[in-house]
Design a protein around this ligand. Structure first.
Ligand code: NAP
Length: 378
């Protein structure tokens, strides 16, 4: 009997502690709501000034600066970076909404447009994080999911019948998916690989955005026209990168481990070829790794020997996990300009977003979402 009343006492004490914390949370929520409404009223005033000066409502630079500043203030606090990005991109979007409701809802459909990345393995994919954050930041009514796909034929039938609005295609289906499409864009056709599908009036159309992503990432750091550029690898990524660089008038040499595959790519796109083992004989100003060498968990591997790199080179890696591969670290240490795989990944994703939605991609927010997710994984 005594033990029972003691238990009841302990229970009541716990309940009253719980109540105290919950009351506190209720007060904080009310304060938060009040603060958010105060923020919205400031945004409304800004909206009026913008309207008077015919300035655009959306300011991507300002929006990403807000998020970056908050991430820095939040360093070491309880709120995870991903949650911070989600919460504040919603608040920023609500502020934009109050300034110009129609512009904030470009596609006000009630049923969301569904997009998917299909590949195998797929669990590690950062595409859902990147695209869902982009949908959120632009208030586009879309949802992006990842599906482990081994049989691309049935997956494409599913895509069609379930009326997905688009898809990303990744390893190992970028080539085999082509036969299930109704149409293919000329760049993807020349590369012979598709990483993006758009549903257009019931027709599935294939594109390749890796090509555009690589060119934009490299162009941020160097001009391409007239440059001697060595691309290591002869798979899907190398194909897309080589095609993009050739279109920008760069002079490409393929360095590949297996001769037959490397020569095939060089023949297809009219490029030079050298076996990877002979890389020291190749003179170049830019080196791009388009093999998985150096990727997590094999982070100590490098696709070329360290002494192949020279300090005036630009060195780019398509591998984005880890963010700084051993190749990029070595290149940085000897003074090379470097381009990481995240830049290419985000630019190719931005192009997908633009093809699917017709909106400008919120590039900085997409990049923050991907880097944050990568940091949390490592
Ligand atoms: P893939 O089609 O399988 O091609 C792999 C290439 O790498 C082949 O040419 C292969 O040479 C070579 N290779 C593989 N292991 C090697 C090793 N140990 N030493 C030397 N060469 C080796 O792959 P992929 O689709 O082109 O992808 C390549 C990498 O790019 C992956 O890490 C992928 O994640 C990355 N990627 C990044 C982005 C981005 O947006 N950042 C986009 C696409 C791909 P052999 O011909 O001799 O087998």
């Amino acid at each position: 009997m005594q033990a029972e009343s003691k238990n009841i006492g302990v229970h009541q004490a716990a309940v009253s502690r719980l109540d105290k914390h919950r009351r506190s949370i209720d007060e904080i929520d009310a304060t938060l709501l009040d603060l958010i409404n105060k923020r919205l009223s400031q945004a409304k005033e800004i909206g009026k000034i913008k309207e008077n000066h015919r300035a655009p409502i959306r300011d991507n630079v300002r929006e990403s600066e807000i998020l970056e500043r908050l991430m820095a203030i939040n360093e070491g606090c309880l709120l995870s970076k991903t949650s911070l990005l989600q919460i504040f991109s919603d608040i920023v979007a609500a502020s934009r909404d109050i300034q110009e409701p129609a512009a904030s809802h470009p596609r006000g459909k009630e049923v969301p447009c569904v997009y998917v990345v299909m590949g195998s393995p797929i669990a590690h994919s950062l595409s859902p994080i990147m695209h869902n954050m982009a949908f959120r930041a632009t208030q586009f009514n879309g949802v992006y999911i990842a599906l482990e796909v081994k049989d691309i034929s049935s997956a494409m039938a599913g895509l069609r019948n379930l009326h997905f609005k688009g898809a990303s295609i990744t390893i190992p289906h970028k080539v085999s998916v082509i036969e299930y499409l109704d149409d293919i864009d000329s760049t993807a056709l020349n590369i012979k690989a598709v990483n993006t599908i758009i549903e257009n009036n019931g027709r599935l159309v294939g594109f390749n955005t890796d090509c555009d992503g690589a060119v934009r990432a490299l162009s941020e750091k160097t001009s391409i026209s007239g440059k001697k550029i060595a691309i290591i690898g002869a798979g899907g990524a190398a194909r897309a990168i080589a095609y993009g660089i050739k279109s920008e008038k760069g002079s490409v040499t393929i360095l590949n481990r297996s001769r037959d595959k490397g020569e095939q790519l060089a023949r297809d796109l009219e490029l030079n070829f050298r076996p990877l083992s002979e890389c020291r004989h190749v003179k170049c100003e830019v080196v791009i790794n388009a093999t998985p060498v150096g990727m997590t968990p094999y982070v100590d591997d490098m696709p070329v020997p360290g002494d192949f790199l020279k300090k005036d080179m630009v060195v780019m890696d398509a591998v984005y996990s880890p963010l700084k591969t051993r190749l990029l670290k070595t290149a940085e240490n000897i003074g090379c300009v470097t381009v990481d795989g995240i830049s290419m990944f985000v630019f190719q994703g931005a192009k997908q977003f633009e093809l699917w939605t017709g909106l400008d991609a919120p590039l900085e927010i997409m990049k923050m979402a991907v880097i944050t997710a990568l940091e949390q994984k490592s």
